[in-house]
Design a protein around this ligand. Structure first.
Ligand code: SF4
Length: 723
């Protein structure tokens, strides 16, 4: 491959000898793993999962784990023309000669890229056509729980945490190879491992109407439902204390430390919040050690504390303070990429402000309190406004707000509420900073597998465009910047997310005709996808419909240990008159998702009392903004609140007060004023949901079918195209 690099753009992304990369002598290793991300180097290099696996697998002296990413179009064409396979970065091992090819499943718009990568590896695309000598193709990552559309391309898909499952899988492959087992026997062995799904041993069964009846095992001994692998205690799990320093530009050039995994807030649209449960926090001492070592090994000037919502980390205040104190002389920046409004304290906001003064981002997701209750985003208007005032008081002048449209029960009033909320945020910010500005980013809900909204229908492209344009116009006409995600991309994402194995030939055909990189702005070719859907006789819109509760879903046999019963119960709360929210099980009682119902699996929170920062000091309770409670403590507090148990000590008393305040806040909000008793398009209801702004959608459809230009959506004439 090296001889081709002088003929391509940005060859630095293919060098493979960056500081921090591990290049083992091929003669000294007996097993080669290629870890790949189905996108360009710039994107894939920032992936935390692959970063962990790379250093974890390379700990084994006889195993070489090397990286590979998709090449840009220029190198792709050269490889195809020359008939040579794509190679790993470190030792240029051709992918058809590695022992195991890991291809991350990051999101659904990467499906064509996965096909592209396997084809460039020059190994058979369909798993059942591979011989004993071909690499074992293994998937994993957040997309694993809805992987059916690409399942026929994988030999194995690992569900859940990889720190224990991946090494176990490699040990099993090495042992089977040493015994000379044929491929099928080897895969049968892998199918018995925790979290290992071997798609070829399962077949979907459809009825005469094309409805999925079940996905059943085809050989005896493989589990009918594959449960995810789970690392019970993140504190003891492997995490690298160094990183690769790229020569070329990448999305993130910084030391990333995962502070916790899982989230217990329970937002009903959020797949990550369900599939990564339970919540497991690392200790502040370990996080500080990892950050210190990472900075020393790489020379980066930024530490990013990674999780689904870092503001909710139990000891976030003392952690950020200590981290910035320890690195004060290096002027290290602190980035907390995922923050929930309401989870931030003054101290954290000040700490972030100490070094970096870029824009601040919060994600209210919905514009009204009613709709935020429907999606179980447990933040109030007051918490949002309080956060905005705090950041303005601390000198920020830019606020980014993220929202989605298309939630069940959404009405025009909610969209008007969204506009009002953004305007109110700007007004509050300007009370403190005259130049304070807001920018809104909008997306469309894609109801994901293993979420309470998985039974809900997704908006059509026209409906989504209508709502997005409405909000964008409302904001831009008042001088607020607004960008929205291309509804065509959301439409395709929805189809790919909610589809089953029948889509695999479509994905393969789209890639063969030049598809790929669908998540890149300007590269999405929806017309090509529609054309191929039609040729294969597939009604893509059908995948977006509402599903009945009793319907078999394509991902039912891939379990994140959260039960379908729990999700359905949670979804049904939306339809009831009183408070539709579910409490956060982090510091209240268990809400019953079932992840923790066996063994020693439970939420594990960082603690106050055990020398948390490694400096021999015990933290005063007042240093933190929240009270960490285990299940037992929470139950005890419930009793104390009910007067059934005495309050024994000050810490428990403080906890009791905090819990009481929390419960007070969660009382139903003016149930008498609630106007939405039933949900249009709710699971099990007959017919399609009524269209939003029906007159506009109908007019647009009519115009489109008559071959005329569709009437311009509100605001579209005065504003640029969506991003
Ligand atoms: S089983 Fe209970 S405590 Fe555990 S994550 Fe689920 S709801 Fe929370």
């Amino acid at each position: 491959m090296d001889d081709l690099l002088s003929r391509v753009e940005r060859p630095s992304r293919y060098l493979g000898n960056e500081p921090g990369a591990i290049r083992k002598d091929p003669a000294q290793v007996s097993f080669t793993v290629a870890l790949s991300y189905p996108d360009l180097y710039e994107i894939g290099m920032s992936n935390t999962g692959l970063h962990i696996l790379y250093y974890l697998l390379n700990q084994e002296p006889e195993v070489a784990a090397e990286r590979v990413y998709l090449p840009e179009r220029d190198l792709e064409a050269l490889l195809r023309d020359s008939g040579r396979p794509l190679c790993t970065l470190e030792n240029r091992v051709p992918l058809d000669r590695v022992d195991l090819l890991g291809i991350q499943l990051p999101h659904e718009l990467a499906y064509a890229n996965i096909v592209k990568l396997i084809r460039l590896a020059r190994i058979p695309l369909w798993a059942t056509e591979r011989s004993d000598d071909d690499p074992i193709v293994v998937g994993g990552g957040p997309g694993a729980f809805g992987c059916e559309p690409v399942a026929p391309f994988y030999d194995v898909v690992v569900l859940g945490d990889g720190e224990e499952a991946f090494p176990a899988l490699i040990r099993a492959v090495r042992a089977a190879r040493a015994e000379g087992l044929p491929r099928r026997e080897l895969l049968l062995r892998l199918a018995a491992l925790e979290g290992c799904y071997v798609p070829r041993f399962y077949e979907p069964v459809y009825d005469e109407r094309g409805l999925l009846q079940e996905t059943r095992p085809t050989v005896p001994g493989v589990p009918p439902v594959v449960r995810k692998a789970l690392v019970e205690d993140l504190e003891g799990a492997f995490y690298p204390d160094r990183a690769i320093v790229p020569y070329a530009y990448t999305v993130h050039s910084r030391v990333g430390v995962e502070v916790m995994r899982g989230c217990t807030v329970g937002c009903r649209f959020c797949q990550a919040g369900m599939i990564y449960r339970p919540l497991r926090e690392r200790s502040p001492k370990r996080i500080l050690d990892l950050a210190r070592c990472g900075l020393a090994a790489t020379g980066f000037d930024e530490v990013s504390l990674l999780s689904l919502d870092t503001g909710d980390y139990t000891l976030i205040d003392p952690l950020t303070k200590e981290l910035l104190d320890q690195t004060a002389d290096q002027r290290v920046g602190l980035s907390l990429p995922s923050l929930r409004a309401g989870s931030l304290t003054d101290d954290v906001i000040r700490d972030i402000r100490r070094v970096r003064r870029t824009s601040f981002t919060i994600a209210p997701e919905a514009g009204t309190q009613r709709l935020r209750d429907v999606i179980n985003k447990n933040i109030s208007d007051e918490e949002i406004f309080e956060t905005v005032e705090r950041i303005a008081q601390n000198g920020w002048t830019q606020l980014k707000l993220y929202f989605m449209v298309g939630f069940p029960t959404e009405t025009r009033a909610d969209l008007d509420g969204l506009i009002d909320l953004v305007l109110r945020c700007r007004e509050l910010g300007r009370r403190h900073v005259r130049r304070f500005n807001c920018q809104a980013s909008l997306g469309t809900l894609v109801p994901k597998p293993w979420t309470p909204f998985q039974w809900d229908r997704q908006l059509s492209e026209a409906e989504a465009r209508e709502r997005l344009s409405y909000v964008a116009h409302g904001l831009r006409s008042r001088g607020v910047g607004c960008k929205y995600h291309d509804p065509k991309a959301s439409w395709l994402e929805g189809v790919l997310t909610r589809a089953d194995r029948r889509l695999a030939p479509v994905i393969a055909a789209v890639e063969a005709r030049g598809g790929g990189f669908e998540s890149w702005q300007g590269r999405l070719r929806v017309d090509l996808w529609r054309e191929v859907f039609a040729e294969h006789g597939i009604d893509a819109e059908d995948f977006l419909r509402a599903r009945a509760p009793e319907e078999t879903l394509p991902w039912d046999h891939l379990s994140p240990r959260v039960t379908k019963k729990y999700l359905l119960g949670d979804r049904r709360k939306v339809d009831r008159l009183a408070n539709p929210t579910t409490f956060d099980c982090r510091d209240d009682l268990c809400s019953g998702c079932a992840v923790c119902f066996e063994g020693d699996v439970r939420n594990r929170l960082a603690k106050y009392g055990e020398d948390p920062l490694g400096n021999g000091k015990r933290l005063p309770l007042a240093l933190t903004s929240r009270v960490a409670l285990g299940h037992g403590v929470a139950r005890q507090l419930e009793k104390q609140l009910a007067g059934e148990a005495p309050v024994r000590d000050q810490a428990a008393k403080a906890g009791a007060d905090a819990l009481a305040a929390k419960l007070r806040r969660r009382r139903p909000k003016k149930p008498g004023k609630r106007r939405w008793a039933v949900t249009p398009g709710a699971p099990g209801r007959e017919g399609p949901a009524p269209a939003f702004l029906p007159e506009r959608v109908a007019a647009e459809d009519e115009a489109a079918s008559a071959g005329e230009a569709a009437p311009s959506a509100p605001g579209s004439a005065a504003t640029p195209a969506p991003d």
